[in-house]
Design a protein around this ligand. Structure first.
Ligand SMILES: C[S@@+](CC[C@H](N)C(=O)[O-])C[C@H]1O[C@@H](n2cnc3c(N)ncnc32)[C@H](O)[C@@H]1O
Length: 238
């Protein structure tokens, strides 16, 4: 039987806490968040929070959430996040071990749900999206990021497959082929209204080397976002 939880515990051991929470996907979320509307005094869930850098950033805002849950499937990640928060004197995060496909909160608990780069790493991504929709209040907002393999990295995955190589995102155990149109369809099917999509990050894959990022492509985002690797879907529960 697969034991993805143990795999994830071991995976998290290899990396530091993303203290700056300054990845391209965190920046996409920051650009869409309206702090007064989505965070200040609100009930917020970050699910798939990893080692906790972004949740700590949320908790440290001048007007933080009323309630902030930072949840991840990996107990090792949650433990690292809790220790990181303690070290930095960050208060107010309720750290939880949760499966995004079976969230242990009642319906309509949160005003804002944020999930970055997580649904592509679970066996049933549409179920994960339905769960996030379920725990949102009516009028609540989802900010979801997941890779979009419609672009060059998708072609690279096909190439790797043809060469008999298994493609993984830095060795993660499950790596679904998510694509922006599919993500949008899952969000709509979960009963949410999509209010925005975005995407950055275009890469030139080179076998055996780190891909080269083509930053100039991000300048024409309204055209290139459909092919960008890092994609965001923003949606509201009606
Ligand atoms: C690529 S990491 C992203 C972490 C963080 N959100 C970030 O952006 O840096 C994927 C995360 O998904 C978590 N994860 C995997 N399966 C999960 C599940 N079923 N429920 C919740 N989190 C899960 C992993 O432990 C890991 O922290």
């Amino acid at each position: 039987m697969n034991n993805w939880r143990d795999d994830y515990d071991a995976w998290h051991d290899q990396f530091p806490v993303d203290a700056g929470a300054d990845t391209p996907w965190h920046d996409l979320v920051r650009e869409r968040l309206v702090l007064e509307r989505d965070i200040a005094g609100k009930r917020v869930l970050e699910i798939g929070c990893g080692r906790g850098g972004f949740a700590c950033w949320l908790a440290g805002l001048p007007r933080p959430p009323l309630r902030l849950a930072g949840a991840d499937f990996s107990p090792a990640a949650v433990q690292r996040a809790r220790a990181f928060a303690r070290e930095r004197g960050v208060r107010g995060v309720q750290w939880e071990v949760e499966d995004i496909q079976r969230i242990g909160h009642p319906d309509g608990t949160f005003d804002t749900v944020i999930s970055c780069e997580t649904i592509e790493h679970v066996p049933d991504p549409p179920r994960a999206v339905r769960e996030m929709a379920r725990v949102l209040k009516s009028g609540g907002r989802l900010l979801l990021t997941t890779p979009n393999y419609l672009g060059s990295m998708g072609l690279y995955r096909i190439y790797a497959r043809l060469r008999g190589r298994r493609y993984t995102e830095e060795g993660q155990p499950i790596n679904q082929v998510t694509m922006l149109p599919r993500t949008i369809a899952w969000v709509k099917r979960a009963g949410l209204e999509v209010s925005a999509i975005d995407g950055v990050g275009h890469y030139l894959p080179i076998p055996g080397r780190a891909p080269i990022r083509l930053r100039s492509w991000d300048g024409a985002r309204s055209f290139t976002r459909w092919l960008a690797l890092h994609s965001l879907v923003e949606a509201t529960k009606l």
